[in-house]
Design a binder for this molecule. Structure first.
Ligand SMILES: [Zn+2]
Ligand SMILES: [Zn+2]
Length: 353
């Protein structure tokens, strides 16, 4: 008997239901866990995603795409396969995909985290026989601190830059991370500006009902703006670009799970690093896997081998699942290609690798 889901040349495929989950090539039918570019490939004939994912996905794969939204928790059938989407706690609209056929249940996690995040619905454990888990930070060294402490650190950094007359430029991936960081920022400290790529997603988040502090598009700020009081949110691709020059003397920071590793900040020549991740840390991965009660765990994305080894040593049937995204380039795997500094660019399809 072949497995309910199997990897083929296009990605993770359900032959019984004739659909893919997060395919890495254009396919006829894709169920998408979330809108990050390593999960939501452009050019599919039909997409299905969670209701809160819909607008973000549309902004990524093109406004004329065929996208069918489904609320979290609602069951439906595709070719006799029972499917439901459950919150993954990763970014707005992120979903785990539950697939059931002939009494066999698989859950594909997509990316997930267990930490509280006011910008998305919290992770929901779902019982299954086989759990396909991500492992972006699947090493025991990855342990995240309390989000409230990181928020306090970011606010203190901004205030101290104000006192020394420097603009605060905070790099964060434009989809998900920037909004989570923004939600943790104290808007009473000063004005908050966004790069166009960030502002575009801020707007979609607000339209979907997520409360965020007020921000202004940096590109339309008056020439006389006193940037030394401002916090500017920008995608990492803006680092080292001429776009930064308008702000005068700056202090730079990067919010990412990779900041947990010594040297990452220095290599990127960033003044300050804040450990903020939208992926599960090592204890989070183990907790989430335990909660599924799964007999079989398939590990994909990132550090697969160490997590597989640990699970096998602890009496589980675990295997690495083939992935196209070995050693993810960056957290959230947003590409490092510069994003247009306009909140209203035409959708730009990503060029396949
Ligand atoms: Zn992601
Ligand atoms: Zn990912």
């Amino acid at each position: 008997m072949s497995a309910l889901l199997q990897v083929n040349a296009n990605g993770l495929y359900c032959a019984v239901g004739a659909f893919y989950i997060d395919p890495w090539r254009p396919v006829p039918r894709a169920i998408v866990t979330h809108a990050h570019s390593d999960h939501a490939h452009w050019g599919c004939a039909a997409y299905l995603c969670s209701t809160p994912c819909q607008s973000v996905l549309r902004s990524r794969v093109g406004s004329d795409s065929n996208i069918e939204p489904r609320p979290y928790g609602e069951s439906f059938d595709i070719n006799g396969v029972r499917i439901s989407l459950h919150p993954a706690g990763h970014i707005l609209g992120s979903a785990q995909i539950r697939v059931e056929s002939r009494g066999e249940v698989w859950v594909v996690s997509g990316d997930y985290k267990l930490e509280p995040d006011s910008t998305c619905t919290p992770f929901e454990p779902v019982r299954c026989h086989t759990f396909v888990t991500e492992s972006t930070f699947g090493l025991p060294i990855y342990r995240w601190g309390a989000p409230s402490e990181t928020a306090a650190d970011m606010n203190a950094w901004w205030k101290s830059n104000q006192q020394s007359g420097k603009a605060s430029v905070l790099f964060a991936y434009s989809l998900g991370k920037a909004q989570r960081v923004l939600a943790a920022i104290d808007p009473a400290i000063g004005p908050i500006f966004g790069h166009g790529a960030v502002e575009k997603l801020n707007r979609i988040y607000r339209e979907t009902g997520i409360a965020l502090p007020e921000t202004h598009y940096a590109g339309s700020a008056p020439a006389a703006t006193d940037w030394s009081r401002a916090l500017i949110l920008a995608p990492p691709s803006a680092h080292g670009s001429t776009w930064i020059r308008r702000f005068g003397t700056v202090s730079t920071a990067f919010a990412s799970g990779w900041m947990r590793i010594r040297g990452t900040r220095r290599r990127r020549s960033i003044d300050r690093g804040f450990v903020v991740s939208d992926h599960a840390d090592w204890p989070g991965l183990i907790t989430a896997i335990d909660a599924t009660g799964a007999e079989c765990v398939l590990v994909t994305h990132g550090y697969r081998a160490p997590l597989v080894r640990w699970l096998c040593e602890h009496g589980r049937n675990a295997k690495a699942l083939e992935t196209r995204y070995d050693g993810e380039r960056d957290e959230g795997t947003e590409s490092e290609t510069p994003e247009p500094d306009s909140p209203d660019p035409d959708p730009i399809p990503q060029v396949p690798a």
